[in-house]
Design a protein around this ligand. Structure first.
Ligand code: GLA
Length: 506
């Protein structure tokens, strides 16, 4: 055989052999790449998912990278131009499965999640940096951030998340502020107007945080809100991304704090989410301290709200990182199950609440439609007894009078805002009936008689068990004039409450 021909054959077989070893055949094209899917949020930002795929013959490994998580894949299989993988083994009830097809330069992936509609994403090969984390900045050494002197009583106001989610914008915030003035919410004490997640865009060339097109001018918005006698709150994360996948404060803490101060921001909710990709839970305290210091350095009074879902016993250190309030639970939803599980589950945390530093069992769902008015009265009563922040989470531009009267009940608010700042506790329970009490300034007490059961319950309390027999009782939801407190007996409806204020006689 001609030597040239031999050399070509040898060369060809080397190519084919190495192709067999390292590369899939033509019928199974190589999926090895960082595939980037970008879904427009409609405000100038995108939600990015990176599929990091590594194909070896007909098997696929890798991970799915979202702003707040990086999930290794399992069961990755390639079959010609189609492929599939999953986030967890079949026995995991939260397993997500992915089915994909390669077509030209794109892959199309259908994401199947339990209890959620299927989602189809298109992804393209991205740069090597796609989905990679910024370099980790070690958390600072611990110290105590001095008390900022704010929130001597639990903060009151409104927050956009529970009702509006990602649909909040400048016009909504302005009209909410208008409504809070017109409907008496402001005068009842609800002064913070808090923008939650999804206002962020990215960073300008000098690294300053920028707003997306829903919020064209944050300073002008703050001026507007201040002009109404209200205060403006904002939201961020210690991670590179917020929970909704927007720009976080990671690596820009001091600069962001200065920007908030320059805009005229009065309140920051700081939400862990994306920080979990860079820090362990045990580093939370130091990471929160960094923003506590940054806010303090601005010199502007900014309430600092920690949102890390009650992990790491935050109530034990929240005040020492400059926190004025700290979430004690995961997210509330507008159901009796969620609200009552959270609200009645706060008993152990009572010792940690004090003026300036509050347990936060999450924002109010009152008026969002998922509970009855009876249940919303229980929600308000429980939060008042817990000295919880009262952040309305409904659309205040369109609120039924019955709902407004729950939110603005002066006696319930006075219980929440009592200057003693002691959080209420469960005194006793008897089946579905629970008696909660909260000490008030002046020697009085607030008493909640709750019925968590499915049917009405008869309940009786007597003055002796509260050592308050020389006192008057006021039924907060009954609106009757105070009467002498000896005993109180009532049929409490299912999921209902009698909220009483006992005031010692002079
Ligand atoms: C988390 C918080 C919520 C809300 C969302 C916004 O889930 O707990 O209160 O801020 O993030 O993305």
């Amino acid at each position: 055989m001609d030597r040239t021909v031999t050399r070509v054959i040898v060369l060809m077989s080397v190519v084919v052999m190495s192709g067999l070893e390292a590369r899939p055949s033509d019928s199974a094209p190589d999926l090895t790449a960082r595939w980037v899917s970008r879904v427009a949020n409609g405000d100038g930002t995108f939600r990015e998912t990176v599929f990091v795929l590594n194909q070896q013959g007909s098997t696929l490994s890798g991970s799915v990278v979202n702003p707040t998580s990086e999930q290794p894949i399992v069961e990755g299989v390639v079959d010609g131009a189609t492929f599939s993988f999953a986030s967890a083994p079949p026995e995991n009830p939260r397993r997500t499965t992915y089915r994909g097809t390669l077509a030209g330069d794109d892959i199309t992936i259908t994401v199947v999640r339990p209890g959620r509609p299927d989602q189809t994403l298109t992804a393209r090969r991205g740069p090597d940096s796609a989905g990679r984390l910024p370099e980790r900045v070690p958390p600072p050494d611990l110290h105590v951030v001095p008390d900022n002197g704010l929130a001597r009583t639990p903060p009151m106001g409104w927050n956009s998340w529970n009702h509006f989610r990602g649909q909040v914008d400048d016009a909504t915030v302005r009209t909410i502020a208008d409504a809070m003035v017109a409907n008496g919410m402001r005068d009842a004490g609800y002064v913070y107007v808090n923008i939650d997640d999804t206002w962020e865009l990215g960073r300008d060339t000098t690294g300053h945080i920028t707003t997306n097109r829903k919020f064209p001018d944050m300073k002008a918005l703050a001026d507007y809100v201040h002009g109404k006698g209200l205060k403006l709150g904002i939201y961020s994360s210690p991670g590179p991304f917020t929970c909704a996948g927007y720009e976080g404060s990671y690596g820009h803490e001091a600069d962001d704090a200065r920007t908030y101060a320059a805009w005229g921001i009065d309140y920051l909710k700081y939400d862990w989410c994306g920080a979990a990709r860079l820090y362990r839970d045990s580093e939370m305290r130091a990471v929160y301290q960094k923003m506590g210091d940054a806010l303090r350095t601005t010199g502007r009074p900014i309430v600092f709200s920690l949102c890390q879902y009650g992990r790491q016993d935050v109530w034990k250190w929240g005040a020492e990182v400059g926190g004025n309030l700290w979430r004690t639970t995961g997210d509330i939803s507008d159901t009796w199950e969620s609200m009552s599980r959270i609200g009645f589950g706060q008993e152990q945390l009572a010792p940690y609440a004090k003026p300036g530093h509050w347990n936060d069992p999450d924002m109010l769902e009152i008026g969002n439609g998922g509970m009855t008015e009876t249940e919303y009265r229980t929600h308000m009563s429980l939060w008042a007894l817990l000295s919880a922040p009262l952040l309305a989470g409904n659309d205040l531009r369109d609120v039924k009078p019955e709902i407004l009267s729950i939110l603005t009940n002066r006696d319930a608010i006075a219980i929440d805002q009592d200057p003693l700042g002691r959080q209420g506790r469960r005194l006793r329970s008897d089946g579905d009936v629970e008696i909660w009490t909260k000490p008030l300034s002046g020697g009085g007490q607030a008493i909640g008689v709750f019925n968590r059961g499915a049917g009405p319950a008869q309940a009786t309390i007597r003055c002796e068990e509260f050592q308050l027999c020389d006192a008057d009782v006021r039924d907060v939801w009954g609106h009757a004039q105070p009467t002498r407190f000896t005993s109180y007996s009532a049929s409490i409806p299912s999921h209902g409450v009698a909220l009483l204020r006992i005031t010692p006689s002079r």
